[in-house]
Design a protein around this ligand. Sequence first.
Ligand code: NAD
Ligand code: AKB
Length: 321
Amino acid sequence: MRKDTILVIGANGQIGSVLTQELRKIYGSSNVIASDIRLPKEKNAPFEQLDILKATDLAKVIDKYKINQIFHLAAILSAKGEKNPKLAWDLNMNSLFNVLEVAKEKAIDKIFFPSSIAVFGSKTPRVSTPQQTILHAETVYGISKVAGESWAEYYHAKFGIDIRSLRYPGIIGHQSLAGGGTTDYAVDIFHKAAQNEDYICFLKKDTRLPMMYMEDAIRATLQLMDAPAEQIKIRSSYNIAGMDFTPAELTLEIQKQLPDFKTVYAPDFRQAIADSWPESIDDTAAQQDWNWAPKYDISSMTKDMLSNLIKRYQQTENIHP
Ligand code: NAD
Ligand code: AKB
């Protein structure tokens, strides 16, 4: 077991719940403290109910467990953020400030803060979007991530804070439902397919977006955090790529296993958000600096998603006939 004590903020979320489990395998359950504003469904390892906007409560948790690494995942995502811009700005920015300030005051060795493809906008080149390019975010969520990346660079340059970041694409996982994002259709669609239902997609069928399977996202996060500090050349946030596809292509992939599955298209306000984002990402810097390479493509991801979810829904039916 490794000897760090880690705090995961936003640990009950789509990514946080999987990341916490993986960190516990590496560092031991008692050395990974999960925290969230919401209580977890089950509590069988250390958990602190924490509103990350309360800086003094954060400091108390850091002292109580002698935390030396923080994974800060709490945020309001793109679609939900557009419904309440002030709330999204408040949570996404002030939570990061609280984490950066506590790192300055206490002995925090490393911080992980996820950014997003939402930092890009319609003025950014959309195909194979480069690492260094126009950041012209068009959602409050994207604006908060652009600002967050700049603050990460600033705290690293001025105060030597070792904060590391990835611009996650849309993350697809079977472990939990996604909520509040624009790429969420690529998670929701599998839940419908696995229950033999049709899917009503809120994006147009030809909307291409960058995506990544959860296993790859967690591996990228751990690989970035494990890399020696001198290999981390980008202190704003690294582009990372997994795969890219449209809703129509994903539907075809699902139909290879479930030929009767259908998607119907009813685009809503999320279409404009998706239209402002890249279609694909150039992650050469991540490949070169810390050897990033994804393992999953659309085909292997779809097989794994369907096999896990079909099993899960069959078990649920057996439990609740
Ligand atoms: P999520 O919405 O599933 O999880 C966020 C968690 O934060 C929730 O459990 C929520 O209860 C918690 N939270 C909200 N307000 C809080 C507060 N005041 N104090 C403490 N906790 C609070 O989000 P996710 O999909 O797991 O995303 C995690 C991070 O990754 C976010 O920063 C997000 O911007 C980033 N990201 C996610 C994706 C994706 O596709 N899921 C893509 C790019 C970036
Ligand atoms: C969202 O759609 O808001 C997120 C993201 C790409 O940041 N999944």
